[in-house]
Design a protein around this ligand. Structure first.
Ligand code: MN
Length: 488
């Protein structure tokens, strides 16, 4: 059976505390969602601000395959604002619980029903499709929903129940859809929040009970604890329950990273499917099993969401895992050297250090008694930023034995320093793919750990730098990475 996906990253997701997207960023995300295959994009709320309306209008006129909706209150002026944005339809949100109607709207359910009916009629006569959503639906008397359906059920295009405050259980949500889908044949949607961590379970229970459209957000962004995450709902519906959606799951990771970058809300490391650790294996026993058969410790294949399996080193590393990685890097050592490398990794892990590729290669060099020739070395570095200057940096370096000096500007002192180094290195094929900073707790004098992932052609390497100065920690990580990328 087909389930339709309504993505609300750009509306409910943008209501995440601290998140605000520009019209350009919204368009970029909308295009990515369209490529991903979502059926509906709730692009924002036209009544929020002129900038928001402009963003929605641009998305609506982009010629995307997905249908574009705007959030609307039960007000004719909101409908007008939405229509001016050229959207296909409304996500018309009507508070339906006694509490919301009396406290928030200060009216009665009967009077409000009149208003809903009037606005639905107005929107339909404007040529808009209407997805009528019961706000606080999970605390709404089902008889009131039936009265709404009696009144406007033949006019609306979909009837959605929102578990706005995350108060629903799978049984409660399923109960609504079982009863309503028997009461009136109509497309039903479900919109769940994660206040008790049940958004995915509630969404799936609703689908099994008769809902055919799921409201979701990328990375589970949304108010408070967030909405049901698209990646989890779609993958579980597909893998465990055999429902079809039009989502191209192998694009999920890319879209997750884009949304993480543009919203600035970091995905937690242990987040299902898209978290940093979701396909990372460190434990020796697990790695040994995986090498024999990947299904032993991987239920979902990393490729399913467009990712690759990662073996990590730390104190849990096993001999077979280390051997596999070294084979992958084309490194051969004798038995005694292998034992020493293994011991050194365990001991670094015991000291709580994350071991990057560059660390591993340094250990191997040390054990083999080899001194790697450094391709680049920093002689002097100066980086400046302030409220009245454009951040800039000057670096004196030795590159392949030759002394060179370069200056560059950047978005900040770190960016400027890295730009200057990259200019001095002069190799256009070296790319910085990931940059990650961790403060090692404490005050503004605390240590900072920077991890980078760099690429030159097919060769990818991770490296790190630690310093109390964030510019120097970043520079160390980059220099480390370049030396191992170029050095062989
Ligand atoms: Mn919501």
């Amino acid at each position: 059976m087909r389930v339709y996906v309504l993505d609300t990253t750009l509306r409910d997701g943008e209501q995440t505390p601290g998140v605000s997207l520009s019209p350009e960023e919204k368009l970029q995300i909308a295009k990515a969602l369209d490529d991903l295959g979502v059926d509906y994009i709730e692009a924002g709320s036209a009544a929020t601000s002129p900038g928001e309306a402009e963003g929605i209008k641009r998305i609506a006129n982009e010629g995307l395959r997905a249908k574009i909706l705007s959030f609307s209150r039960v007000m004719e002026k909101d409908v007008d604002l939405c229509r001016r944005c050229d959207v296909d339809g409304l996500f018309l949100v009507a508070p339906t619980s006694e509490g919301h109607i009396r406290a928030k709207l200060q009216t009665t359910p009967s009077e409000f029903l009149e208003r809903i009916s009037g606005v639905v009629e107005y929107a339909k006569s404007s040529g808009l499709c209407v997805d009528l959503c019961c706000e606080d639906g999970s605390r709404t008397d089902i008889d009131y929903m039936k009265r709404i359906l009696d009144r406007v059920g033949d006019q609306i295009d979909r009837f959605t129940i929102a578990d706005t405050v995350g108060a629903g259980s799978p049984e409660l949500m399923a109960g609504y859809f079982q009863q309503l889908s028997r009461y009136k044949k109509l497309p039903y949607g479900v919109h769940c929040h994660d206040d008790l961590g049940l958004a995915v379970a509630n969404t799936i229970a609703s689908v099994k009970a008769g809902a055919n459209t799921v409201n979701v957000t990328i990375n589970g962004l949304g108010e408070r604890a967030g909405n049901a995450p698209l990646e989890e709902v779609v993958s579980a519906l597909d893998i465990l329950y055999g429902y079809n959606t039009s989502i191209k799951t192998e694009r999920l990771y890319k879209v997750s990273k884009l949304v993480e970058e543009l919203t600035g809300v970091a995905v937690q490391a242990n987040k299902a499917l898209v978290g940093k650790n979701a396909f990372t294996h460190e434990s020796g026993i697990h790695v040994d099993g995986l090498l024999k058969n990947t299904s032993t410790y991987e239920f979902v294949k990393p490729e399913y969401v467009g990712r690759k399996r990662v073996f990590m080193f730390g104190k849990h590393v096993g001999g077979k895992g280390l051997k596999a990685v070294m084979d992958g890097l084309g490194i051969q050592v004798n038995e005694d050297q292998f034992k020493r490398i293994f011991r050194e990794i365990k001991s670094m892990g015991d000291r709580g250090k994350t071991i990057t590729d560059a660390d591993l290669l340094a250990i191997i060099d040390q054990v083999r008694g080899e001194k790697r020739k450094k391709f680049i070395e920093i002689v002097e570095l100066r980086s400046e930023s302030g409220n009245k200057i454009k951040p800039h940096a000057t670096v004196v370096m030795r590159v392949g034995g030759k002394r060179t000096r370069e200056s560059a500007e950047g978005d900040g002192p770190v960016d400027a320093a890295i730009n200057a180094i990259m200019k001095a290195v002069g190799r256009k094929n070296i790319r910085l793919e990931e940059y990650h900073v961790d403060a090692i707790t404490g005050g503004t004098d605390a240590g900072v750990s920077v991890q980078v992932k760099m690429r030159a052609g097919d060769k990818v390497i991770t490296a790190s730098g630690i310093n109390t100065d964030i510019v120097m920690a970043s520079v160390q990580a980059i220099v480390n990475g370049i030396n191992y990328l170029v050095g062989g």
